[in-house]
Design a protein around this ligand. Structure first.
Ligand code: F3S
Length: 395
């Protein structure tokens, strides 16, 4: 049985709702046909990735401008980080040229009705689906969080397919939208103390590298905060192809427990740390907030930096969503952090901002940030706890 469309969907495909909607429907039905979907389903939330002008370039921007001619979002839609803080970009060393182009990208999305908070943690600032809800998100760390921690249902969308879902309010029913594809496939027993965000990132690295696309069922974790789970999800999605995991006693999804079991030891986590640590790294850049920092993480950074000064030759970025930055201003955290000489950067992150050539060594608590710092920016890296990162910044 092939993909069947209802009357409204056929009209969208026919062009009755405009050119952008027609193009969007073509993308969705093509994907649905490729993956054997039998129908389209309504979605309630979209998260679009591929927002930085650094990654999009002129060709990407041209496509967005075309879609913005007559396209309008049908559901709540938010954006992944852009290449700069949309308000304070100048003081972060971003060029006028880049800023102008980045603003054109954001304007195109805005014209379509996208809520232009640029963050990879939309669930912290109001784009928060509930258990079982069908959504279409593109950012891999957010996809992992949504499927696993919230129990919402999304495939790992690409930028264009997420936009297509936003413009039609639909996605094709295949992959992780179907209960049968969400079952765990391999059990990982953790025999190590996993405590801080960097540990959870390293655990994500170990499991991601081992599991590939297999859905992990993880046992042996007694407690995990939202911040630790976002770090784990970002990492397991980066180092493997994981879009959903189950963590015993912590995540809400129903699953059978796989018999095939592998142990993860303390030594393996240490080896993962060694892999991300470049001995010759000369640290001149420290970044916290990958995925984007919560208000709780920012409060902790402010507490550590209170009355301190960032050392000469070091740059510190704490990256977060704009609404969280606004809240941090209200709470006085912004002033404490900026008076210390660090930057509270919203809308952007150290992986998608145009930073290549500006720094040589990154210290961070995020395994994912290390991965991209090496791959995209040629930085040397070190992964440490948040405290250790900030100690490095002020020493
Ligand atoms: Fe978010 Fe950028 Fe990290 S998009 S997950 S802060 S690499």
């Amino acid at each position: 049985m092939g993909l069947e469309l209802n009357t409204e969907e056929k009209a969208m495909l026919n062009g009755d709702y405009g050119i952008a909607t027609k193009k969007a429907m073509e993308i969705i039905t093509t994907l649905g046909t490729i993956y054997g979907a039998e129908r389209l389903i309504p979605i309630s939330s979209v998260q679009i990735a591929g927002v930085s002008y650094h990654n999009l370039g002129e060709a990407g921007l041209e496509y967005l401008d075309e879609m913005a001619e007559d396209g309008t979002t049908q559901v709540l839609t938010t954006l992944n980080p852009a290449g700069m803080d949309l308000e304070e970009w100048k003081k972060h060393g971003i060029s006028e040229d880049f800023a102008e182009n980045q603003q054109r990208v954001v304007d195109a999305f805005s014209k379509m009705g996208v809520v232009t908070t640029c963050t990879c943690t939309p669930y912290l600032i109001g784009n928060l689906p509930h258990y079982g809800e069908h959504i279409a998100w593109a950012e891999s760390s957010a996809v992992c969080f949504a499927n696993s921690v919230i129990g919402a249902r999304t495939n790992r969308e690409g930028g264009p397919s997420a936009l297509a879902a936003a413009l039609t309010g639909r996605t094709a029913e295949y992959g992780l939208h179907l209960e049968k594809n969400r079952n765990a496939q391999i059990t990982y027993e953790i025999e190590a103390n996993i405590e801080e965000t960097d540990d959870f990132g390293l655990l994500g690295q170990v499991i991601g590298e081992r599991t590939g696309n297999k859905i992990p069922y993880i046992t042996g974790i007694e407690h995990a905060s939202t911040e630790e789970l976002k770090s784990f999800g970002a990492s397991v999605a980066t180092f493997g192809g994981v879009a959903i995991y189950h963590m015993e006693g912590i995540t809400p999804n129903r699953t059978t427990i796989p018999e095939e079991t592998e142990i993860v030891t303390k030594d393996e986590l240490e080896s993962a740390r060694v892999k991300l640590d470049d001995e010759d790294a000369d640290i001149d850049f420290i970044s916290i907030g990958c995925p984007h920092a919560s208000i709780k993480e920012i409060a902790r950074v402010a507490e550590i930096l209170k009355g301190k000064k960032i050392a000469a030759g070091k740059t510190v970025w704490i990256t977060t969503a704009r609404p969280t930055k606004d809240l941090a201003r209200k709470m006085g955290y912004y002033d404490i952090i900026e008076n210390a000489g660090a930057y509270l950067v919203s809308d952007a992150c150290c992986a998608v901002a145009p930073l290549k050539g500006r720094f040589t060594g990154l210290m961070t608590d995020s395994a994912k940030a290390c991965f991209y710092a090496r791959g995209k920016n040629d930085f040397r890296t070190k992964i440490r706890t948040v405290e250790e990162c900030l100690e490095e910044a002020i020493k």
